[in-house]
Write a protein that binds this ligand. Structure first.
Ligand SMILES: [Zn+2]
Length: 165
């Protein structure tokens, strides 16, 4: 999660916005600091083009976006962008009163969920980043880069946990 200040550039519908944002680098995440960088925001309320704001956003990775630009100097151009995406979220204050309010809102039917993203060991290669293939007449196996994790040994796992009464 990070604090983002943004200016809405284009409304992409369904509370998704292309925005110019600034945010600090995240610890423990490969995300670099953003300075006037284009981002995709999922806000919990409608917003107007040109509006500025601040929100606490959960970084949900890179998304590919295809749309027709409605801003200068790209007006009318069909674009495909790969951009960092953030989901607006409301951190729960760690006090008994805030916790009580959170529990009560769920009991009243509020739809709340938490999305966590982690990198887990890739199953097909056992986290090694490569698979082995026996070679006839050779002692050493041939190492093939794992396609599932692109040789990194890890795959992202995104989990959404919904709270229910
Ligand atoms: Zn793998």
């Amino acid at each position: 999660m990070t604090a983002i200040s943004y200016t809405i550039v284009q409304d992409l519908g369904e509370n998704r916005f292309l925005a110019k944002g600034n945010w600090p680098a995240l610890n423990g995440d490969p995300l670099l600091e953003g300075k006037d960088s284009f981002v995709v925001l999922l806000l919990d309320k409608p917003a107007e083009v040109g509006a500025t704001g601040r929100c606490t956003g959960l970084h949900v990775g890179m998304v590919a976006l295809g749309f027709t630009a409605k801003f200068a100097p790209l007006e009318g151009k069909k674009l495909t962008l790969r951009r960092e995406a953030f989901l607006q979220c409301t951190p729960v204050d760690e006090s008994n009163a805030a916790l009580q309010k959170f529990v009560e809102s769920i009991q009243k039917g509020a739809e709340l969920s938490v999305i966590t993203s982690e990198r887990i060991a890739c199953k097909p290669c056992g986290g090694l980043g490569f698979t082995r293939e026996a070679q006839k007449g050779k002692i050493e196996d041939k190492r093939m880069p794992c396609k599932d994790c692109e040789g990194t040994g890890k795959v992202p796992l995104v989990t959404e946990t919904k709270f229910a009464p």
